[in-house]
Design a protein around this ligand. Structure first.
Ligand code: HEC
Ligand SMILES: [Cu+2]
Length: 494
């Protein structure tokens, strides 16, 4: 009897342990999958919406695991092999090519699929479901209405175009008839001259009022309304405002006069135009004044520009900003403040930035997907692009620089307000600095955004110390030994 119970007990224990380890393994693999997914797939995919590639929701039920493994490793090979599903999805997506991920192991891909499964089963947040209707009902009706409205919309569009064409024909005919009537009566039925003059006046006034309203209403939304968060920002804003005010005044005066004169001096049979060939004095005035104003603006602008982009503080911390379709990474130079070399041939799944792994200076580099800076600490951003031209835009710091493949660009500046201070100033506890892409660089350009955090000096030091180095030696001393080890090893290898 005793033996039986102990055997039973151990059986229960073993199975409990087994199932526990299973769920733990699943949870862990979904977790690993999330990391891999975020690092490799989010630039083109989202779970619930189409980005560059299709939404991945429920793809684990739609496709067999073996198919997914083959597809993710090398979708082009699968398409070439003539697989019907692969060819179909390729055609559906206008034959855009998905990156191949040969370096991902089967287990890594399975963990990504586990993550997609977990996300597909998670309830959708923020769906607008009218109260009283069950959600499944709402989705079916939604798809039906959207399908119906799709075809309806195209036919309505055609109808509108045809009606517009007919309307234009009618108007042309009516005008033709009126012109003929005028000819017979010897006096035009419609006074085009007067109508044109009034339209000029209306267009001018509406345009000027709309411009003024635009500046008043939407000027509030621009970053120029916020204190700049960098030391050069104030000078930059000042320059921008002076230019805007001077050109703004000229704009309103000249546009106002232009449309007013077109109205006031419209053709009149009672008036003859004055022949006034030239006046040296007036011409001198309107040449010299703009020349002086423009010279002041240009010289001041050049001065501001050279101050902003000239000599960088030699103590600047060096950070690489790496842009690709469609995300950013930051790479810190580490203790030696020298970025390891990079080599495009080494770009791969593990080494997404193509850091040259043979370069010893790369060992203490730190790669992150947020840009963290210390307040009052000069930083020199070195920009690098993987694929096409991007533009790094940090509006709050008044920084923008093109990011061009194969052509290094840089911008040095000093942040002057921490994220916490800016949140307080804007009275917005959720505010975050950002780096955006300012070049329309492809289908998901709008997603190309990275969070920027400005810490106090102390916080920044702490944050940086916590980040893993490329080669996992965390303190400078260990790093030094690691360097020695590696260099002797390389010598031995040679
Ligand atoms: C460069 C953009 C890009 C990246 C990066 C990318 N995909 Fe794709 N993916 C696509 C496109 C585009 C398609 C549509 C098929 C085609 O045109 O080849 C697709 C299709 C798929 C499909 C098939 C969907 C279906 O309905 O059958 C799966 C699954 C998939 N991708 C998974 C992934 C995973 C997992 C990753 C990350 C490891 C990834 N993709 C990374 C662009 C991308
Ligand atoms: Cu871009």
């Amino acid at each position: 009897m005793k033996i039986v119970t102990s055997v039973l007990k151990s059986l229960v224990l073993v199975s409990a342990l087994f199932s526990f380890s299973l769920t733990a393994a699943f949870a862990q693999s979904a977790e690993e999958g999330e990391k891999l997914y975020n690092a490799n797939c989010t630039s083109c995919h989202a779970i619930n919406e189409k980005v560059v590639g299709p939404a991945l929701k429920n793809v684990h039920t739609k496709r067999k695991e073996a198919w997914l493994l083959k597809w993710i490793k090398n979708s082009q090979a699968l398409i070439k092999s003539g697989d019907a599903d692969a060819v179909a999805i390729y055609k559906e997506n206008n034959e855009s090519v998905m990156t191949s991920f040969e370096n991902l192991s089967d287990n890594q891909i399975k963990s990504i699929i586990a993550f997609i499964k977990k996300e597909s089963e998670a309830p959708l947040q923020a769906t607008v479901v009218p109260t009283g209707t069950s959600s499944s009902n709402a989705t079916t009706t939604d798809t039906i209405t959207s399908e119906v409205s799709g075809t309806l919309k195209t036919s309505i569009n055609w109808l509108v175009i045809i009606i517009m064409l007919l309307l234009i024909m009618v108007i042309v005919l009516v005008l033709d008839i009126l012109a003929k009537v005028g000819e017979i009566q010897g006096k035009p039925v419609i006074n085009w001259n007067g109508i044109n003059a009034k339209l000029m006046l209306a267009f001018g006034s509406i345009g000027i009022i709309a411009s003024a309203w635009e500046i008043w209403e939407h000027g509030k939304l621009t970053v120029f309304n916020q204190t700049p968060a960098s030391t050069h920002g104030a000078e930059y804003d000042n320059m921008f405002m002076i230019t805007l005010i001077i050109t703004g005044i000229v704009f309103f005066i000249t546009q106002g006069l232009l449309f007013w004169y077109a109205y006031k001096y419209k053709h009149s049979s009672k008036r003859r135009a004055l022949f006034y060939p030239d006046n040296h004095k007036i011409e001198l005035i309107w040449t010299v004044i703009p020349a002086i104003v423009l010279t002041i603006l240009v010289v001041r602008g050049l001065k501001t520009w050279t101050e902003m982009t000239g000599e960088n503080d030699p103590k600047s911390r060096i950070v690489e900003v790496y842009g690709y379709q469609f995300a950013w990474n930051a790479r810190y130079a580490g203790e030696d403040n020298i970025l390891g070399k990079h080599d495009f041939r080494q770009i791969g799944v593990i080494n997404a930035l193509g850091v040259d792994t043979n370069d010893i200076k790369a060992q203490d580099d730190i790669i992150t997907n947020e840009l963290h800076l210390g307040v009052g600490e000069p930083v020199l951003l070195k920009f690098r692009a993987k694929d096409v031209i991007h533009s790094a835009y940090l509006p709050h710091f008044r920084v923008q620089m093109n990011v061009v493949p194969g052509l290094p660009t840089q911008f040095g500046f000093t942040p002057s307000l921490t994220t916490a201070e800016m949140r307080q100033k804007l009275n917005n506890p959720k505010f975050d600095y950002v780096i955006l892409c300012n070049k329309i660089c492809g289908g998901a350009h709008y997603r190309m955004k990275m969070k920027v955090v400005v810490h106090t000096k102390e916080e920044f030091k702490q944050w940086l110390a916590q980040q893993p180095r490329l080669v996992n030696k965390s303190t400078p001393n260990e790093l030094a030994t690691a360097q020695v080890e590696t260099s002797t090893k390389t010598k031995l290898d040679n």
